[in-house]
Design a protein around this ligand. Sequence first.
Ligand code: FNR
Length: 351
Amino acid sequence: MTTPKQTSHPATQHAFLTLHEIIQKARQKLNHDHWDYIVGGTETETTLRRNRAALDALAFRPRVLRDVSHVSGETTFLGRKLRLPIILAPVGSLELFAPEAGAAAARAAGEFGVSHMLSSVCEPGIEAVQRAAPDALRLFQLYVHGDPAWVDEIAARAEAAGNAAFCLTVDTAHYSRRERDLAKRNIRRHTVPGREHQPRLTWKDVDRLKSKLKVPLILKGIGTAEDAALAVEHGVDMVYVSNHGGRQLDHGLGSMDVLPEVVKAVNKRATVIVDGGINRGSDIVKAIAAGADMVGIGRMQCFGLAADGSAGLVRTLELLEAEVNICLGLLGVNSLKELDGSYLRATTALE
Ligand code: FNR
């Protein structure tokens, strides 16, 4: 098995031995409001629970007596070699609880060797993140809160700053009611419930944006085979299966329950990304075996940053890599490319 590369954070190199310890440290450091902002979902939090239930309902079918001495979770994405098939998912208002926010996350991504997607409602903005992590594989995510000229201007800024892809989040036509936040009565700028979000956004806007962009277009928040097929027909380069970490529509399916129909509908005509509940190396392996090309990491990224800033996030990625490598070895494969549905079996959800 290959040894994970050492990174330059001696102080934290061995401070956290497990991902659970990172979550515990984040819990200690975050105040109650910020903890709830991160972990919460919408209304009854049923979609949020189903993200985990769908992952837990998948069991592995391991193969043995194969040479697994060269295990690696490496992949290629947007022309770059990455150590893991990870996008640090866009997280808004990260600056509330993480020093340097998006800049720290982008730096960790670059240092470790995964990709980072900056949220348009995260500070500092596009140019500051570029300065902080010029060499990282950076992507940009937009919520549409303006007219076409406003969208074009942001897209041009994102491209000029070296973002390798542009993402529209499309599961936020209306902002949801996150009751943990509502209960606090101190609503933040980005989380005003009931505020008009992007209710007039349609496929016409996707066509217009696609015709302007020089970089690949990602649609984040696809939840059906029908919309995945439409996305491909509209020239979208990457279909991102997501229910926003259970923070938007309640009573939806878990992302891993949606993934198979999307993979089938896309039929290799676009890159498929999935997120929702992915907190462990084994979750990453399951998503890839089920047909995803890349996974998004939302809350686990927040925990790493809250625990120890950029270094805490690098450590999170190191531990995820160790878990991925062990999982691959125990499944009897050396690389992600060898994975397919034969390594998985649906079992009863542990809900
Ligand atoms: C998010 N998410 C999100 N998505 C997006 O497109 N733009 C955004 O600004 C945000 N903001 C945001 C804030 C916080 C605190 C969380 C937890 C999530 C959704 C995010 O990108 C991703 O889809 C989910 O977080 C994935 O689920 P897990 O990994 O958190 O379970």
